[in-house]
Design a protein around this ligand. Sequence first.
Ligand SMILES: NC(=O)c1ccc[n+]([C@@H]2O[C@H](COP(=O)([O-])OP(=O)(O)OC[C@H]3O[C@@H](n4cnc5c(N)ncnc54)[C@H](O)[C@@H]3O)[C@@H](O)[C@H]2O)c1
Length: 376
Amino acid sequence: MNERKQIGLAVIGCGVVGRMRSTFAKDYPGIGWIGLADINEDLGKKLKDDIEADYFTSDFAELIARPEVDAVIVATSTWSHVDPILAAVERKLPMLIEKPLATDAVQSAMVLKAIEDAGVDAVVGYTQRFRRRFLVVKERIQTGHIGEATAVVVRAFMNQMAPTGELRLTQDRRHLTPMVVSGTHSLDMAMWMLGDQAKPVSVYAKSTDKIMGAMGTKDATFGVFTMEDGTIFSMNICWALPKVWPGAVYGLEIGVVGDKGVIDIEDTHRDVIIASELNQGPAYRPDGLKIEANRNVDFLTSFPPGDLHDGELWGPMREETNSWFGRIYLGKETPHATAAEGHRNLVLTMAMDLSAKTGREIQLPIDPVELMKGLA
Ligand SMILES: NC(=O)c1ccc[n+]([C@@H]2O[C@H](COP(=O)([O-])OP(=O)(O)OC[C@H]3O[C@@H](n4cnc5c(N)ncnc54)[C@H](O)[C@@H]3O)[C@@H](O)[C@H]2O)c1
């Protein structure tokens, strides 16, 4: 017989991702109470009604302080994770945090230290780790099927609809670069696949901003990391593809060459295509976003969290969220990124931005204070 106490869950941020994750919580038998918080009351109250949550407040601190709360999901906007994380750390609550821990490497280091000092089990939402195709690749590399890796190449292409949807919500876009906001997912994938070999000692990168510069961000950053053992990792992202590009959100290619084999991953979503006289619209639809492009051809399944069927999301974010519920309710081991890996990923993405800004190869590891000084 299962005699575990059901969990009380707080979800901070009721936007696209908060809605998805709290909808899974509603169906998870080990969760008995759900509280929601969002500064946008209309959005939060609508979610409360839709999933019949137990509580809503516009003040995340009030929610986290409630006695019913045993665990927290931080799904606020990319630039507003720090305060809810610190409030949950104060109560030593386990957390699932959307990336990044912070958009400033010094703050991210401070947040990581608080998490580690308190001994809190905090993981970061690198959702793509939960796809079957990447789990099998990780397993093959980990068990030596391609020998030692020598060279890794990643190419991420993104439709400019996604950054447009996100950046319109803040004027402070200094650190909302393609690498910090989105490239971090592919960088995490490569670092995760490399496992113990992922010890970067330097990075050199270049950026361009011809298309997205007017929005206060960049179009693309291409860089090369060198690892301690000489392995090279080429990380490339462009998030300025035209809105009519059939890949609605994220398309990826990854190659991992080892001394005994190679793994080549085609993840551009050209295997399921719709062509129609009707406009397919965007796949990522945050509150209030209007996209004026006609999109008649669409590579389906390019929205990283998954896809809707009958109002339910199916895909990696379901696997990831339910797996985290198993982690906190059943004590299961899971492949989630740790807070330390989340911090590492932020520092590496920002080091690419620093290299592109200065034209210098950056030696790693780099002190967060020096990194932020260089980016200022
Ligand atoms: N894992 C993935 O695949 C994936 C996909 C998309 C977004 N994300 C990440 O998820 C997070 C949320 O993204 P989204 O697409 O849901 O954005 P969104 O804009 O739809 O939702 C964010 C919500 O947070 C709320 N918010 C902001 N500051 C707050 C505060 N201090 N207190 C309470 N509420 C606050 C906003 O009002 C908004 O409703 C971001 O960090 C983003 O990077 C992850």
